[in-house]
Design a protein around this ligand. Structure first.
Ligand code: BGC
Length: 247
């Protein structure tokens, strides 16, 4: 079975049809730049361009970088235009896509669902936490493979700051931190999350997971196993399609 997956990120909107049995894209993904400002209308235009590129006419799963309830209702928008808050994203995208069935899910939850089925979390029991270190920090918490949605651990307070402002990949770039310096911040953040949840496994996702060897060796004193995500940039697309299939 195939469903179209779309990942709305801080820099790009990416999508492709997904083979749900293999957890993989059936064609090379297509990407457009995320508009600035990333308002509901402008993002919906980008989404339409991608879906039209493939001539897709079936169900579509989309990720969103904020809290999403019921596959539709946007509750927060930390790193995109605030006009998203309280929008009915399902109605917005479905209208723009000529009535195609649409489901929307938090981006980290989508990545987590994909990693638990096809990547670093496959067959892992107990508490597993995926953290995406990107423009913000996203989180997906699983207990025996079951997701607790919209956990938003990126906004935990760390030394008086919103954690994602200090430990996201963007913070490393903006402050021009060395990998080692940034790794120490990530370590403090992981220690805080570990104090709260005592997970068996941390999966580190986001674009930075490709460079895991640059920072993971500098992280010490965490009891949980720490591994990079395996699906990397496609986790959101695959997870969005899986979520839509599930709904
Ligand atoms: C948002 C989360 C999102 C994460 C990664 C955070 O700022 O609050 O919902 O998962 O960024 O995009």
């Amino acid at each position: 079975m195939q469903i179209f997956g779309l990942d709305i990120g801080g820099s790009g909107i990416k999508g492709a049809p997904v083979d749900l049995d293999k957890g993989d894209l059936t064609q090379e993904r297509h990407k457009v730049l995320t508009p600035n400002p990333a308002t509901p209308d402008s993002v919906a235009d980008g989404v339409k361009q991608i879906v039209d590129h493939f001539g897709w006419t079936g169900p579509v799963g989309l990720t969103f970088p904020g809290v999403v309830t019921g596959g539709s209702h946007i509750r927060t928008a930390a790193n995109v235009d605030k006009s998203w808050i309280d929008t009915d994203a399902r109605a917005l995208f479905s209208d723009r896509l000529g009535g195609l069935p649409v489901t929307v899910v938090n981006d980290a939850d989508a990545a987590g669902v994909a990693e638990m089925s096809f990547g670093a979390g496959k067959d892992r029991k107990g508490t597993v936490i995926l953290l995406t270190l990107g423009t913000g920090i996203g989180s997906a918490v699983f207990v025996d493979g079951v997701l607790v949605p919209n956990s938003e651990l990126g906004h935990l307070e760390l030394h008086g700051h919103d954690a994602e402002k200090k430990a996201s990949s963007k913070a490393r770039e903006v402050e021009e931190l060395t990998w080692e310096h940034w790794a120490r911040r990530v370590q403090k953040y992981l220690a805080h999350v570990e104090m709260l949840f005592s997970p068996e496994l941390f999966i580190i996702g986001g674009g930075v997971s490709r460079k895991a060897q640059k920072f993971l060796p500098h992280i010490e004193g965490i009891k949980a196993e720490i591994v990079p995500a395996q699906l990397q940039n496609n986790a959101g697309i695959v997870g969005a399609a899986m979520w839509a299939a599930h709904e």
